[in-house]
Design a protein around this ligand. Structure first.
Ligand SMILES: *Cc1c(COP(=O)(O)O)cnc(C)c1O
Length: 350
């Protein structure tokens, strides 16, 4: 009955998320989830919430959660927007802030949801090639545009952009919105949140899915000038009044309150990343410098698809992207120390 679809639906090319296997006991290194559970304090808070108030709608404005995030990053609550995962925050940002007459700009190799939102909201875009070493060259963004968006560190490469370069990019581009998607910033990059008071056209988006182990809770947020946030609120309130349910709000607040757990688990992931890189390099892999909770690696002689397939046969899933320039890479999420050792052992036998 697809003749009942709108014209737009016929044209959509939806995002395809990494596999969430239905069978257990696989080593799952394909979607950049945190290998450690969320803070025990988050779990306690969720239990209390479950016993309490589910009969009632949540706060449509998520005031308490915004206050918590604002306090954590030393900004004002009116500079904070929250959404059902940062994917939802991104979706609203594309519609509210990036849909103009001129095309938006983003890297040729980047988060593959960006072209999907452009399709959904009918936004023109132009991709700017990364340099040969997979870094973003901000000189190439000096052209008329309807907005600029990129992840920092970039996905799926893990390569970071220095704060100084982001500042220069903002200085070169004052007339349209610049969005920095910081899904992985806690793993070694430098956040641009410190720049939002200075640059009214800067929006920084983060998520609790990766560094705070809450991918299943769905909570993302944006920080920027209050006018940008007001634009996002207009779209949100024209779409869904209650995107943040009581669990998401309670769990997210508890996560920000347990700094020690956050720092400890993050450090473990950084330690494992360093070991994994050494292991991969000793097997001959080229590994891009990573500021994320994953690495992007290629082997000079073994084909990436056949490596992923052999790993899969042995119960380890990694991610492969069948795209120009990166089809010989595999992306490996940093798991536990034991998972990464199992990966290295498996790769040696291949
Ligand atoms: C994971 C990811 C997101 C989305 O995270 P949510 O789970 O929707 O919060 C956004 N941007 C990039 C670059 C990501 O890798």
């Amino acid at each position: 009955m697809s003749q009942l679809w709108s014209k737009l639906v016929h044209k959509l090319e939806p995002y395809v998320p990494g596999e969430q296997p239905k069978i257990t006991n696989l080593i799952k290194l394909n979607t950049n989830e945190n290998p450690y559970g969320p803070s025990p304090k988050v779990l306690d808070a969720l239990k209390t919430e479950a016993a309490d108030t589910l009969r009632l709608y949540p706060d449509p404005n998520s005031d308490q959660l915004k206050q918590t995030i604002a306090d954590y990053y030393s900004v004002e609550p009116k500079q904070v927007f929250v959404g059902n995962g940062s994917d939802e925050v991104l979706a609203h940002a594309f519609q509210a802030l990036l849909k103009h007459d001129k095309p938006i700009l983003y890297p040729d190799i980047t988060y593959s949801f960006y072209p999907v939102y452009c399709g959904l909201y009918q936004i023109e875009y132009e991709t700017i090639p990364l340099a040969d070493d997979f870094t973003i060259n901000i000189e190439n963004y000096k052209k008329p545009n309807g907005g600029i968006i990129f992840p920092n560190p970039n996905a799926p490469t893990g390569v970071g952009l220095a704060l100084e370069a982001i500042k220069q990019l903002l200085d070169n581009n004052t007339d349209s919105v610049v969005i920095v998607d910081e899904a992985y910033i806690d793993f070694g990059g430098e956040t641009a949140i410190s720049l939002v008071d200075q640059y009214p056209n800067l929006l920084v988006i983060q998520t609790l899915s990766k560094s705070r182990s809450l991918a299943g809770l769905r909570l993302g947020f944006a920080i920027g000038n209050e006018q940008l946030i007001a634009g996002l609120e207009r779209v949100k309130n024209s779409f869904n009044s209650y995107p943040i349910d009581r669990f998401a709000s309670t769990g997210a607040i508890a996560a920000f309150e347990d700094e020690e757990y956050f720092q400890t688990t993050k450090q473990q992931i950084l330690n494992t990343r360093a070991k994994l890189i050494t292991g991969l390099e000793s097997l001959g892999f080229e590994v891009l410098p990573s500021q994320a909770n994953f690495v992007f690696a290629r082997h000079p002689s073994k084909d990436a698809i056949s490596i992923s397939q052999s790993l899969r046969d042995k119960g380890i899933i990694v991610r492969h992207f069948a795209k120009p320039r990166i089809d010989q890479f595999i992306r490996i999420t940093i798991g536990t120390k034991a998972e990464c050792e199992a990966l290295i052992k498996c790769l040696s036998s291949i």
